[in-house]
Design a protein around this ligand. Sequence first.
Ligand SMILES: [Zn+2]
Length: 495
Amino acid sequence: MDLGRYRERAERFCEEIDREHYLHHAGLKRSYEIEPIYERHGELFSRPAVEGLREATARSAGEEDRRVRHLLDFAFQGHLGQAVKAETAALAELEASMEVETDSEPIPYRAVTVALANERDAARREAIEAARNEVLAERLNPLHRTALDRVHELSRELGWASYREACAELRGIDLEALARQAREFVEATDGAYAGVADPELGRAGVRALGELRRSDLPRFFRAPEFDELFPADRLITAFADTLAGLGIDLAGQENVHLDTESRPTKSSRAFCSTPRVPGEVYLVISPVGGRDDYEALFHEGGHVEHYAHVDAALPVEHRRLGDNSVTESFAFLFEHLTEDPLWVEARLGIADPGPVIRHARAVKLVMLRRYAAKLAYELELHDADPRIEAMPARYAELLGDSTRVAWPSQTWLADVDPGFYVACYLRAWTLETAWRRALRESFGERWFESAEAGEWLRRLWRPGQRIDAAELLQEALGEGLDFRVLAGEFVAAPA
Ligand SMILES: [Zn+2]
């Protein structure tokens, strides 16, 4: 197998896909023509390509092994993606066209979360979610199920015991050890959970843990009471000023394109697109303001700066592939600024940041406990011989126990991201905590106003994702990924 040629083609494919993604979601192009791109580059994801790369990993060692494993992961996920592309396309079409019937206006399927966030009445929220879950179970789940079976089957055909085993091997992540750490995180925060979440749930006008339903969560996360503190017209300035504080001149970054223009079909949520890394990176936003808009922009902005600073001389697999826990950790680092009392005071002039910070902390603990349970669930779902019929109930049980929220079972398939991305988020949250602590220790509580802190970050960004989250942390700070530090953020130290 000609690895040099494979790398070149892989890079061209990524560039074309990401450019199409940018054009469509930025509202510059109505159609979303990814199928022809997949067709043109079909051989990247063919069975011989996957098998050829697998043989190449068996023959390589050290740095070369790392590189080929990233390529194999890319080929394997693409191979599965190709195999279920009909289901994926049908799901997208249905999601874009279906409506959910309620007692008043029908709600577009994809607008349900927004509708839940804006609905003050708990009973109506329950009814909206129940109606959504019904169409989901009836019309989408059969397609999800076909895709899941196909993915499991192909993983076995390609010689792995299960999809779980394939992902763990190709990503180089010990998923069982991670699930153990995540479970310990949940146990460690059990005592603190109600104390952190309940006062905030009460303030948001939703039920307490134990009584809380999943249909209440979008309302709780949305927090409209903070809208005035996070105005739309200061969003981009706040981001640019933050980068300036770190010694990065956003306007002067020739490879970073800030797309703030409003267009009718532009995505309402901020996103980052990377046709060329590091040469052409887009940060796309339609500022509407509010806490979650800031959070989304800073998260995507973290990805943008990470990719924009990657060393152009590195091979494609280090610049574009590898362990996404790394790029997610920098996205979380920037996102976290919007819940840092010193930052919100400095950048937004919020005199009493307490309520904003306490709310953000409660939201984050719900999320972390949800993701810990999601990992445990996905390990069962993608195991060698899953008891598929028992999985919907298992999903509701695991998620419900961990979050203490009545959790419906119908999303047991729709809530699963490909390739155990759940593991990337969990590792990234842990890694981010380590970055933040190191930044504070070296550059002070106001590290976001230090050009040296910016230089320190740039050094971490340069190698892209050549090494994974655990290796990067070991190399940078001489420590391992540790959920106990993350748990410590929610559990008061004993007096
Ligand atoms: Zn992200």
